[in-house]
Design a protein around this ligand. Structure first.
Ligand SMILES: [Zn+2]
Length: 304
């Protein structure tokens, strides 16, 4: 990766809808900082979710972007929750070239209860799937979701499935112009590399570095995470200047749905004719709405 510390920048960088990888020098800690603006706002405007649903889905999308873009792969990284709270299911996926999409399913009555202190997510599972574009490699990891805590489930996944202790903070809210903003800061404790020369760090020193970084991370406010007027490197330097922050090339993120008329026609063509007839509405039409982007595709039963 190229060092793009600010003094060397030839042009100003955009700090929204991007992920900024960074490293805390002097300790084996690396991180990623995600800020979402138009991408997450577009995702949420495609639906009419109640506020608590929109907020938790925005947070999940930012978490998916942080984790998904940290993996080296060519394909799609998908995260799905299935829980017993008011938000029954959420799906967010990110492609290796930075395309995001997401949707949620919820129980409207449960949302009212959640607003009055009931459980929004409750308990259940978080499933991560990595689909590689080439070949059949399909990796899945499952962790438990407890007590509405999505961030904790993500941290558990990193620790259990990838053996990487991970600290995460996330925030989402509507900005002054009513548009959604989301931010996520992730720090990972990488396995120690051998053969680098010099004195190896002691376990105590590594643990101290980790605890100090976690404590500094917790001083970041939800507003700082999402504030579009606060450039991402400035926030990282504000939080971790004593650790020495090195930022790398940011990666652009965007909203993009991968649904298409051809794909849906292909799925319908594989269904038994009697099932298609049962789906048909007046005048032999079938309407299929993409759950991610809410786009509706109409087909003639006869053309399938
Ligand atoms: Zn779609």
């Amino acid at each position: 990766m190229n060092d793009v510390n600010e003094k060397k920048l030839a042009k100003p960088l955009v700090w929204i809808d991007a992920v900024l990888p960074f490293q805390l020098e002097g300790s084996a800690l690396r991180g990623r900082f995600v800020r979402l603006g138009a991408s997450v706002d577009t995702i949420l405007r495609q639906h009419d979710y109640p506020l608590p649903v929109a907020q938790v889905l925005a947070e999940m999308t930012a978490l998916a972007a942080a984790l998904g873009t940290a993996m080296k792969f060519d394909g799609v990284f998908t995260i799905q929750t299935k829980t017993d709270g008011a938000v029954r299911m959420m799906v967010a996926d990110v492609t290796s070239d930075g395309a995001l999409r997401a949707y949620a399913q919820f129980d409207p009555e449960g949302i009212e209860e959640a607003k009055a202190g009931g459980s929004l997510l409750g308990r259940g599972h978080l499933v991560m799937t990595l689909d590689q574009k080439l070949g059949e490699e399909r990796y899945q990891g499952v962790v438990q979701v407890e007590n509405d805590n999505l961030t904790k489930a993500f941290q558990l996944y990193c620790k259990q499935s990838e053996q990487i202790p991970t600290g995460l903070i996330v925030a989402a809210h509507r900005g002054e112009d009513n548009a959604w903003l989301a931010g996520c800061l992730m720090i990972q404790r990488m396995p120690r590399e051998g053969g680098q020369g010099g004195m190896p760090a002691t376990d105590t020193a590594i643990e101290d570095d980790w605890l100090r970084a976690m404590a500094l991370m917790q001083t970041c406010t939800p507003r700082e995470l999402t504030d579009p007027s606060l450039p991402a490197p400035d926030l990282l330097f504000r939080l971790f200047h004593e650790e020495g922050v090195r930022v790398y090339e940011p990666v652009a993120l965007r909203h993009e749905c991968r649904c298409s008329r051809d794909k849906i026609a292909g799925v319908l063509a594989g269904m038994p004719p009697e099932e298609l007839k049962a789906m048909a509405q007046d005048e032999g039409h079938i309407a299929v709405t993409c759950q991610f982007c809410s786009k509706t595709y109409r087909f003639d039963v006869d053309e399938l």
